[in-house]
Write a protein that binds this ligand. Structure first.
Ligand code: SAH
Length: 386
């Protein structure tokens, strides 16, 4: 990294270095490279993520010449909120616009004693899981670290954290919005470092959760650089069904995935950690008793808890929500096998903020969105004719 002042002096704002998404080590290097003391890094991170300050001129424990120097080469820039919706159950959803015009969504879910923020890591998603609305939008690009942590910053500001008026605060962050976080490894890891840093958001590593469809080599790498909670989107107890629901399974099949999850836990300094297994239940697809028994057997050597998610329908979806009867039967079988099982209550579905309903506005580069819309409208026409 080189920050030659002479070269950067006349940069346009877009070319300035954005300090928003830099974790401590990178901000330290930045200050060292411009001939300043490294301890300025902690101060900068506090200004941005504790106090919500974007204007470098307002970072008042920096001398005037330092501020002037910083302003000429750096900026602090989150993305823009262009819409905010509030559900009748208190869930809030923000539509966030990024450079290039695409939008992603972030959702805040208040519960008694905690507040969970669900954020996005990519514009769209390349994985195309058959039951997920995001996949139908196609894919545009990875979010930068500034755009990822920027969602936390924007939510914290909207909730009143920076001016101490917050009645609700963000205690948990889940990377379960749009995108596959492990396909955007470096930026996601940088953003998570700021979430965990006491000078940043100071969240507990157990309360920051990365959810993945199962990119095995990236799970291996993650265990070497981070110890956040890991959730795996499983959704099927055998390769045949999982290949259909989560196509990346053809590349990274179940047995390898379960062992890599186990290795992730083995790398953690404490041995009380568990993997969260996410299992979206779809009517008659993966919700039968024999699926539950097969799942219990598959996971028998993995310390885990299982989170059942009733499928949330979206326009054109080919699946139906699980019935309550099948959902409780599935849960009971897993519990009889000794698993801790939770059922994720659907929150914010009146504003399409529930799991798998986040769709943002993706300037799709894959043409998948177009194909999906075409297929959907053809199916509708067929239904109308017959
Ligand atoms: N790509 C990551 C994170 C995004 S999805 C992953 O796969 O984990 C977050 C969770 O919501 C995943 O478990 C996903 O499978 C689930 N999900 C997706 N679409 C859904 C839908 N329509 N109804 C219920 N859950 C869904």
């Amino acid at each position: 990294m080189s920050f030659s002042l002479e070269k950067k002096a006349n940069l346009k704002p877009a070319q300035k270095i954005n300090l928003m998404g830099m974790p401590m080590a990178k901000v330290e290097n930045f200050f060292a490279a411009i001939g300043e003391k490294r301890f300025r890094a902690a101060q900068t991170i506090q200004w941005i993520h504790h106090k919500g300050i974007l204007d470098i001129e307002n970072m008042t424990n920096f001398s005037k010449p330092l501020r002037r120097k910083l302003v000429s080469i750096a900026e602090v820039r989150p993305p823009d909120i262009i819409n905010c919706e509030q559900s009748s159950d208190g869930t809030q959803k923000w539509l966030i616009q990024l450079n290039g015009g695409s939008c992603v969504e972030a959702v805040f879910i208040p519960e008694r004693g905690r507040g969970t923020l669900c954020i996005s890591s990519q514009i769209g998603c390349a994985l195309d899981c058959s039951f997920c609305a995001t996949g139908k939008q196609g894919f545009n690009r990875n979010l930068s670290a500034s755009e990822i942590i920027g969602q936390v910053w924007l939510a914290a500001k909207s909730l009143g954290k920076f001016d101490q008026t917050a009645s609700q605060c963000i205690t948990n962050v889940v990377m379960m919005g749009m995108g596959e976080p492990l396909m955007n490894f470096d930026n996601v890891v940088d953003a998570m470092k700021i979430m965990l840093d006491d000078h940043g958001y100071g969240l507990s590593k157990r309360r920051v959760t990365l959810s993945t469809a199962g990119i095995i080599p990236a799970i291996e790498k993650l265990g070497d650089v981070s110890d956040v909670s890991l959730a795996i989107s499983l959704h099927a107890p055998n390769d045949e069904l999982r290949n259909e629901l989560v196509p990346i399974n053809r590349k990274y099949p179940l047995s390898g995935l379960v062992s890599s999850a186990k290795r992730y836990l083995d790398k953690m300094p404490d041995n009380r950690r568990k993997i969260t297994i996410e299992y979206t239940l779809m009517d008659k697809v993966n919700d039968r008793s024999y699926h539950a028994r097969e799942l219990a057997n598959l996971l028998k050597d993995l310390p885990c808890k299982i989170n059942l998610i009733p499928f949330n329908p979206f326009l054109g979806a080919q699946y139906k929500r699980v019935t309550d009867f099948a959902m409780y039967r599935f849960r009971d079988i897993l519990q009889q096998h000794g698993y801790t099982v939770t059922i994720r209550t659907t929150r914010g579905d009146d504003i399409a903020a529930a799991c798998g309903q986040l769709a943002g506005q993706v300037n799709d580069k894959t043409r998948r969105q177009e194909r999906y819309k075409k297929k959907f409208s053809e199916e509708q026409t067929v239904k109308m004719i017959f």
